[in-house]
Design a protein around this ligand. Structure first.
Ligand code: ADP
Ligand code: MG
Length: 599
């Protein structure tokens, strides 16, 4: 980010080839995301997002910023495919700190809608008004305007009828945009955001705040149950907020993770956070969190997916360990506050001891952010109380986690036996002890195998007895948008009366292994999580892997056990199952010696 508008150029072909290609704008929320990212990259201090809706669709999106603007001679170039001012060569990707770098968003948006841009760098006396519809430039004139850029997108997807048909219901799409903007507001507390729908302000933030202020104003009833975190390992820094175990959600949508200011989806990080809570929260719920990682750009690869929401790290294990440590430390510290001992259930704390929050520098709707209520404080305290007791359990678990294998090379193991019908006991030539979760290990093996059979989802198996799903109205509202993806994956799903759908066929791999309940489970998961086609495919894979893997409780012969070990050693990531749980725990001779107090 710089304060001078840099020169926009079309990337040369060899650089274009290095960039993950594909759709960037497939729905209104992705248009908003790209345009807000552009405004952030333009060093803006104020960003206003306005939506208008009409006839059940989003009819206009306008984003106005006070950033660097685009010089008049470059406006046309900005709308060309692969035109960017943010990188020049593939090498620049290694040091790239901007959210954009592909130079595709403006071109893609202009191809599927009517765009009007008014832009003025502060060095220019006049602004440029540029209109482009369906990729055709229709106007480019001088005009007067304040410094910065305003871009209006209308008739969204006017020329892509299929997509328009499958767009989510208006309410859902607006909800997605709202939560995206809430995330941006949390990640960029220094920027003043304003968000309006049909002229009515939904929220606004005041730049110069910090994350806690923004969070308190956006989510007043949750804020009292959040604690700050901070941890560092070398050049990697993690900061943010995590919820006390008392505050959990049914899905992961409120577990925000950002790497260098970019929102990312990282199942590995989500499960690291989950792992850090250990037994403090049940397995099927997620904490609320805003986790902001700062990692040297050269160690992060954001260029593996067109939407850049997936990233890869060169030191993934170190980062995951840092996350686990930092979250645990914060939970532990919360417990050390001067609060009653766990056993002292009746101890009273004066509510006046709890500092009241500073007035929030933000408005949400017409209502001023409420100060933390008595009710919230009480919830917080009871959160501490359970924490205190349950943390003891986590500590035990923690020491087990510390014994997790760190060496990246898979050891050569030999079979000793099986305990509890669940864990394989093995050793290696150094005499270390290994416990392998047979289900988790085999799940990893199955997952890798399924992933390799790329065509698995293309084949459909008709169900003998179709499964009828009765959905809530909001779930039913989501079906049309996930239907194309499900069909792609081999599901046959047909309408069956109001809010009822009939599943007649499933991907062949699923039919082979599973009973109809899985279909219900998969579709239920997809509807509640709604994380897009890529995640959907992942979910199907994971569920099938899980269902087709050897179960805990199954007695294994030594040959079967060794077979799992050998297959596991061939997988891409033998250390965790596809859900992120560990597959192997090891104790070196030295660790065993310590435990027996020999050393
Ligand atoms: P990218 O962000 O990947 O570079 P885009 O297509 O989103 O690609 O934008 C193309 C170029 O247009 C950007 O590199 C930037 O120079 C310029 N641009 C886009 N939006 C803005 C804005 N709001 N303010 C200033 N410049 C902008
Ligand atoms: Mg961009």
């Amino acid at each position: 980010m710089t304060n001078l508008a840099p020169v926009i150029q079309v990337l040369d072909e060899s650089t274009v080839h290095l960039i993950a290609a594909g759709e960037v704008v497939d729905r209104p929320v992705s248009i908003v995301k790209e345009l807000v990212e552009n405004a952030i990259d333009a060093a803006s201090s104020r960003i206003t997002v306005e939506l208008s809706t009409a006839h059940g669709v989003i009819s206009r999106i306008r984003i106005t910023d006070d950033g660097v603007g685009i010089p008049s001679d470059q406006v046309r170039i900005a709308f060309l495919a692969h035109a960017t001012s943010k990188i020049r060569t593939g090498e620049d990707l290694l040091s790239c700190r901007t959210l954009g770098f592909r130079g595709e968003a403006l071109a893609s948006i202009a191809a599927v809608s009517y765009v009007t841009m008014i832009t003025k760098p502060k060095e220019s006396d006049t602004a440029i008004l540029f209109r482009i519809t369906g990729g055709e430039v229709v106007e480019c004139t001088e005009t007067g305007a304040p410094n910065g850029t305003s871009i209006t997108v209308e008739e969204v997807f006017f020329n892509t009828p299929a997509r328009r048909k499958f767009l989510k219901s208006l309410q859902t799409e607006v909800a997605h945009i709202t939560s995206l903007l809430e995330s941006f507001a949390c990640l960029y507390p220094g920027i003043t955001f304003r968000y309006l729908v049909n002229g009515i302000e939904k929220f606004s933030t005041h730049g110069g705040s910090d994350l806690s202020d923004i969070f308190r104003a956006l989510y007043p009833s949750d804020a009292g149950m959040m604690i700050p975190i901070r941890g560092r390992d070398g050049n990697t820094l993690v900061t943010g907020l995590i919820s006390l175990p008392k505050l959990v959600k049914q899905n992961r949508q409120r577990l925000l993770i950002a790497v260098n200011g970019r929102l990312v989806q990282s199942p590995a990080m989500v499960s690291a956070v989950k792992r850090a809570y250990g037994s403090l929260i049940p397995g099927n719920v997620w904490p609320v969190a805003v986790l902001m990682l700062e990692i040297p750009p050269a160690e992060v690869d954001a260029n593996i997916h067109p939407t850049k929401r997936e990233v890869r790290f060169s030191a993934e294990r170190t980062i995951l360990d840092l996350l686990v440590r930092t979250v645990r430390l914060a939970l532990d510290d919360a417990n050390l506050l001067d609060l009653p001992a766990a056993a002292d259930e009746d101890a009273q704390i004066s509510l006046s001891d709890i500092p009241s929050p500073a007035p929030a520098p933000i408005r949400y709707g017409a209502v001023a952010a409420a100060p933390v209520s008595r009710q919230v404080c009480e919830a917080t305290l009871s959160g501490y109380r359970t924490t205190s007791r349950q943390l003891l359990q986590t500590r035990l678990q923690e020491s087990a986690d510390d014994a997790t294998v760190r060496d990246e090379r898979f050891p050569e193991l030999f079979w000793i036996g099986q305990v509890g019908g669940t864990y394989i006991v093995a050793s290696d030539k150094t005499g270390a002890l290994f416990l392998i979760d047979q289900h988790a290990a085999h799940e990893r093996v199955r997952y890798d195998q399924l992933k390799q059979q790329e065509s698995l989802h293309l084949k459909t198996q008709e169900l003998i007895a179709p499964v009828v799903l009765t959905l809530s109205p909001s779930e039913a509202g989501l079906i049309p948008s996930v239907l194309p993806v499900l069909t792609d994956e081999g599901f046959i799903i047909e309408p069956f009366g109001q809010d009822t759908w009939c599943v007649r066929g499933v991907p062949v791999v699923l039919g082979r292994y599973e009973d109809p309940e899985t279909v219900r489970e998969i579709i239920g998961t997809i509807l509640s999580e709604d994380e897009g086609p890529v995640r959907l495919k992942e979910q199907v894979l994971r569920l099938v892997a899980c269902r087709s893997a050897v179960k805990a409780g199954a007695v294994l012969t030594p040959e079967q056990g060794m077979d799992i070990i050998n297959q596991l050693s061939q997988t891409a990531d033998p250390w965790t199952c596809p859900h992120g749980r560990p597959t192997i725990i090891s104790f070196s001779c030295q660790e065993l010696g310590k435990m027996f107090k020999r050393i």
